[in-house]
Write a protein that binds this ligand. Structure first.
Ligand SMILES: [Zn+2]
Length: 737
């Protein structure tokens, strides 16, 4: 099993034992013991001379243990994982440390708990390079290292790329609201399969594959969509399993399966309604904390199930052990090889946490301690469960076992001193507007916690408030006809939970989409009052204030956002845009030129540059900037281009550019206003007026769109209509909070 060469001595040993039955029993036992020792000796000899095994680490996002066939979900759903368990070892009870993608993966890759590695949330926390990871440790030992990841929270930008020679993270847009934050399992498997087929054989490899598909929203592709109709989560799991099967096939095809240790586990599970939690991140019940964990390959016996409780911090020491290396002894995680080989190990207590509620919603921090079969949750009202007798955590024993609660609480506090000797602090890095947007597309937020201590039991209990989080998430993805009801629900939630910055942030972006700019401005202000260190949110607030023509307020917010973010060019450009609108041209020009010197193709900077030239009456010089700034993903960049053409007197091009914007965003009132104006000026008065009236009827929410309409009616010689538009523009911009 260890290597191809290793089989020879075992074959020889079998031939020798065949002669044994003629001897006495005691001699047989001695002989077997000697033979056993010699086999072990042979193995050791061959192991040291043969190439060390490869390591294939597969993490499946959001995969609940009890949805895997080998864990009792029934056959046919996860054949690849079940087959892996059949040729290896399956850990029945594995605890994750934290029910959130970034922090949990940081624990898996470093073998340390979140208070130690410091990754407490997605995106706004970065894994520092002072923490050795499986990748850095194995690269140092000569391994080829490669990662193929499925979603933004484990992007290289957040420290997950360290130690990897290849880090494949080609996320892209999968839907109109998606900002390129994830990719499908088949694409991850394709990329990994290509790499495995061509991976150099001069040294062993470490490959990490991350599959994101079981994460909400659940939308399995065909035929899983039909096969699992009404059970889309299970469909995503089955689809992901099929892709894992393809990767394992590719490994076999490359002839490298016999010498590859495969480890498959989840970063966390999914609530699926248990304890009132639809998804994950907020609560720390077993539906999200118990994960599947399967190990197979050289040195691992087949078909063994291990009941002893283990944890994801054990992954790194165990992986190193199976490859023939020893992990740093200061790590709390254990090398699980004794369990794998049928022996016992000392039971260890495990730490767990969720800071998600605290950092994003101003709810209490949840911390937990799992010892043997007992699990304590503290932070708010304590809960105590016996996981062996009550795996569903339905009977809270805290009131009936106060001594155990006290003892375990003290152990947890002592444990915390070890994990974070200087006291536990969560120190996020501020998220940019783009990062906020990408996170929102995945249903997350990037809260920094605002003021106050990390542990404050007087804050709202996440367990009674989790349904609000689920409702906010549902509202965030609501579209079309569902939008008004979702908008109303978010307004209700801000009244129920008036200190929740996530709720106000969600309200702000929904109100903006809904066209209620005044509600949006109020919500932004409240969200930032509760959690001031959010430059991404502040940038959006500054943009909204500019659209409301509140230039002084916009300038103040954007200056603050620039100060809060490290050198984010989009924030600087947004400030430049406000300064340009307020006719503070020279500073605006300086900011824009500085950004363009570094990033000559930055579309927002090009557009502001064009706008400044336009303001100085240099329309012809401005046009090339707007042409370069027009990007497919942003219909409004074609509208400003059309306006520049109009200013430069190129009416035909203006018509085409406005038409382009309208094709990308049908019924966009600003696009209709500019297209109508172009048509009128081209001599197609009736067609042009038709567009202008349609834009008027749409009831634009932004003053600048009314002003554009007024210009159109002026061009059509309709002064009364133009005056009506100017009146609307003034009314909208004066609707101040
Ligand atoms: Zn995850």
């Amino acid at each position: 099993m260890a290597s191809r060469k290793g089989r020879t001595p075992r074959g020889g040993a079998a031939a020798t034992t065949a002669r044994a039955p003629r001897r006495s029993r005691s001699i047989l036992i001695v002989l077997l013991a000697v033979l056993g020792a010699s086999i072990a000796g042979w193995r050791l000899l061959y192991r040291t001379s043969a190439a060390p095994p490869n390591l294939l680490l597969i993490t499946i996002d959001t995969l609940r243990a009890d949805r895997v066939g080998a864990y009792g979900a029934g056959s046919g759903r996860t054949p690849a994982l079940d087959a892996l368990a059949a040729r290896g070892v399956r850990f029945e009870e594995t605890q994750t440390a934290v029910p959130l993608t970034g922090p949990s993966h940081a624990t898996i890759l470093t073998g340390t708990y979140p208070p130690t590695h410091g990754v407490r949330g997605n995106v706004v926390f970065t894994l520092a390079d002072t923490h050795p990871t499986l990748a850095t440790l194995l690269k140092r030992r000569g391994y080829h290292t490669a990662a193929f990841v499925g979603a933004y929270p484990v992007a290289a930008a957040f420290g997950f790329g360290q130690g990897f020679e290849t880090f494949d993270e080609e996320f892209h847009e999968t839907s109109p609201v998606d900002q390129g934050a994830e990719r499908r399992a088949n694409e991850v498997a394709d990329a990994a399969g290509r790499w495995l087929a061509a991976a150099p054989t001069d040294a062993p490899f470490f490959a990490w594959l991350h599959f994101y598909d079981p994460h909400a929203p659940y939308s399995p592709p065909s035929p899983y969509r039909e096969q699992f109709a009404g059970q889309p989560y299970e469909g995503e799991v089955a689809f992901t399993d099929a892709q894992i099967g393809r990767v394992l096939d590719a490994l076999r095809a490359a002839g490298r399966d016999a010498n590859t240790v495969v480890m498959a586990l989840a970063d966390h599970g999914e609530g699926l309604g248990d304890h009132g939690e639809a998804t994950h991140a907020v609560l720390t019940y077993q539906s999200t904390m118990r994960v599947p964990f399967i190990v197979a390959g050289p040195g691992v016996p087949a078909s063994r199930t291990i009941k002893t409780r283990v944890a994801t911090i054990d992954v790194l020491p165990t992986a190193l052990g199976l490859l023939g290396y020893e992990a740093d002894r200061s790590l709390l995680g254990r090398d699980l090889r004794p369990l794998i080989n049928g022996r016992e190990v000392a039971g260890d207590p495990f730490y767990q946490e969720s800071l998600f509620g605290r950092l994003n919603c101003h709810w209490a921090t949840l911390r937990g301690w799992v010892k043997d079969d007992w699990k304590l949750m503290t932070g708010a009202e304590p809960e105590l469960y016996n996981l062996a007798e009550d795996p569903g955590e339905l009977r809270n024993l805290a009131a009936s076992q106060p001594d155990r609660v006290k003892r375990m609480t003290e152990e947890l506090q002592r444990g915390m001193q070890r994990l974070a000797p200087g006291g536990d602090r969560a120190q996020p890095r501020p998220a940019s507007a783009e990062q906020e947007e990408r996170l929102r597309s995945l249903g997350y937020t990037a809260g920094s916690g605002g003021s106050g201590p990390l542990d404050d039991p007087s804050l709202p209990d996440p367990r009674t408030h989790v349904e609000l989080y689920d409702r906010l998430q549902a509202a965030t993805v609501a579209q079309g006809v569902a939008l008004p009801a979702a908008f109303e629900d978010v307004q209700r939630i801000t009244r129920l939970d008036p200190n929740n910055p996530f709720a106000f942030g969600t309200l702000a972006s929904m109100a903006y989409r809904h066209g209620s700019l005044r509600v949006a401005a109020d919500a932004f202000a409240r969200a930032l009052e509760l959690d001031p260190d959010r430059p991404g949110v502040r940038q959006n607030y500054g943009k909204l204030l500019r659209e409301l023509e509140r230039y002084d307020d916009s300038e103040r917010e954007l200056r603050l956002a620039v100060a809060q973010s490290d050198d984010d060019s989009r924030t600087r450009i947004s400030l430049a845009e406000t300064l340009a609108a307020a006719r503070k041209d020279s500073e605006a020009e300086q900011l824009v030129d500085a950004v363009l010197a570094k990033e000559p193709k930055q579309p927002e900077a090009l557009a502001v540059k064009g706008r400044l030239l336009l303001a100085h009456g240099r329309a012809t010089d401005a046009v090339p900037y707007f042409e370069k700034a027009a990007v497919a993903s942003d219909p409004e960049s074609f509208i400003v281009l059309a306006r520049a053409y109009l200013a430069a007197g190129d009416v035909a091009r203006a018509r085409d550019a406005a038409g382009e914007a309208l094709r990308r965003s049908p019924a966009h009132p600003w696009a209709m206003a500019v297209l109508g104006t172009a048509l009128v000026r081209e001599g197609q008065r009736a067609a042009g007026l038709d567009y202008l009236e349609r834009a008027f009827a749409a009831g634009p929410r932004r003053p600048m769109v009314w002003e554009a309409l007024a210009e159109g009616f002026d061009a059509a010689n309709e002064p009364a209509r133009a005056a009506a538009c100017r009146k609307q523009a003034a009314a909208v911009s004066l609707s101040r909070p």
